[in-house]
Design a protein around this ligand. Structure first.
Ligand code: NAD
Ligand code: DAU
Length: 378
């Protein structure tokens, strides 16, 4: 394997930390640079097990800092960028859309332009280079719930359990027209367009992937799954938006990281790949699975925590249903999710229950103080 100098942006976040871990362990000859601003969502404790490896380096940087990133490209002779850094939480985007436009749109543009200037200055130009942007299924908008009770899916159910249902007969394909609804997805859609524009205009070798909801260890506990596991444990209310009928399509985060590694190395330039596990769940059904699992592991009687379910005002513009069709990725590159959902949720619940200190550091704000003191003067 040839030596490569790869920047992974957002590597201290949820998905980014899994991608960094996978690549640091799998490619000892690569130079893996984790570039992260360490916002509230960035946490270097997610990477304790790889931080002392010789092929790993952390750089605290804002992706909007064009000059600093251009310098880094030159200093590190960067030939690959896997771009995950973003503001990622829909509820925050409804309250503060400007931050989302700044980071997700302007930050992505800043990386693209710095990469363009550096790569075009080299004798080989774009040869052997790659700019890979990690995006979301939310850019496609929302699908109808035209089968509210669910139907047997007309496709291969790779990761889902026996008898698993689909809640509509439409899916998101790579060709589905963009129709984002939230400020978060509007900003991600815009950044996807910029990435494709850099291919079409300048010939930059880009790739975009759009993935469904991820779950697993190290997810910031503002998101449904870690928030609810923690609340069940502490007997706090579980705020279910609306009627809990919205459908999300869940993929175990390590399966996403494996897909990213595969696509970075073997994906076709200028292509888009959808990533998902054909694993649709109504929020309320998923919440009941979490309650059952946490109660069983903690030794509570079945149904003990059901009384925590609290229906609250719905999220503004709450998308009804997401469902990704990842057939292209499966057929063209041979990727498949490895985990059945039951297995994935069991692993995830156990991880959060066994890593209470990780959770407490975040919820108490201790991690921010710790990393400020560690990285302020770098
Ligand atoms: P996250 O919020 O857990 O992590 C985001 C990371 O980006 C953090 O480490 C943060 O410090 C860093 N960051 C934010 N602003 C930055 C800036 N200006 N400069 C440098 N670093 C900055 O997010 P996540 O859930 O891991 O998502 C990662 C990427 O994957 C995002 O682009 C997101 O849109 C996409 N995605 C997420 C999901 C999901 O279910 N979580 C699904 C599909 C796609
Ligand atoms: O689909 C991919 C997207 O999945 C990613 O692009 C986003 O970065 C990621 O945050 C996620 O977005 P969602 O909005 O789907 O995830 P979240 O965990 O915030 O919510 C999942 C569902 O649960 C959604 O329908 C809203 C609902 N919900 C969420 C929270 C936090 C609740 O009912 N109560 C809650 O407290």
């Amino acid at each position: 394997m040839a030596k490569r100098n790869i920047v992974i942006t957002g590597g201290a976040g949820f998905i980014g930390s899994h991608v960094v871990r996978l690549m640091v362990n799998k490619y000892p000859d690569y130079n893996i640079i984790n570039l992260d601003k360490l916002t509230y969502a960035g946490n270097l404790a997610n990477l304790k097990d790889v931080e002392s490896k010789p092929n790993y380096k952390f750089v605290k940087m804002d992706i909007c800092d064009f000059e600093a990133f251009y310098q880094l490209m030159q200093d590190e002779k960067v030939d690959g960028i896997i771009h995950l850094a973003a503001e990622s939480h829909v509820d925050r985007s409804i309250k503060d859309p400007f931050t989302f436009a700044r980071t997700n749109v302007m930050g992505t543009l800043s990386l693209l332009q710095a990469a363009k200037l550096y790569w075009e200055s080299l004798p080989e130009k774009y040869e052997g280079k790659r700019f890979y942007h990690i995006s979301t299924d939310e850019v496609y908008g929302a699908l109808q719930m035209n089968h509210p009770e669910g139907i047997e899916p007309p496709f291969k159910t790779v990761a889902s359990s026996e008898g698993h249902k689909a809640y509509g007969d439409e899916f998101f394909y790579e060709t589905t027209k963009y129709n984002p609804h939230s400020p978060y997805s509007a900003a991600k859609a815009s950044s996807d367009h910029f990435v494709r524009a850099y291919h079409d205009t300048y010939g930059m070798p880009t790739i975009v992937t759009n993935c469904s909801n991820n779950y697993g260890p190290y997810q910031f506990p503002e998101k449904l799954i870690p928030l609810f596991i923690n609340n069940i444990r502490h007997r706090k209310p579980l705020p279910v938006y609306g009627k809990g009928e919205n459908v999300r399509d869940w993929l175990y985060v390590e399966d996403h990281a494996r897909a990213i590694d595969l696509i970075f190395h073997e994906g076709k330039t200028a292509e888009t790949y959808n990533i998902g596990g054909f694993n649709e769940w109504k929020n309320i059904d998923l919440i009941k699975v979490m309650i059952k699992t946490v109660d069983r592991i903690l030794g509570n009687p079945e149904g003990h925590s059901l009384d925590l379910i609290t229906y609250v005002t719905d999220r503004l513009g709450h998308d009804a249903r997401y469902a990704i069709d990842s057939t292209k990725l499966q057929k063209e590159l041979g990727w498949e999710p490895s985990l059945q959902f039951e297995e994935g949720i069991e692993k995830t619940v156990r991880w959060y229950l066994e890593n209470q200190e990780w959770m407490d550091n975040i919820t108490s704000g201790e991690y921010e103080k710790y990393y400020d003191s560690m990285y302020n003067n770098r």
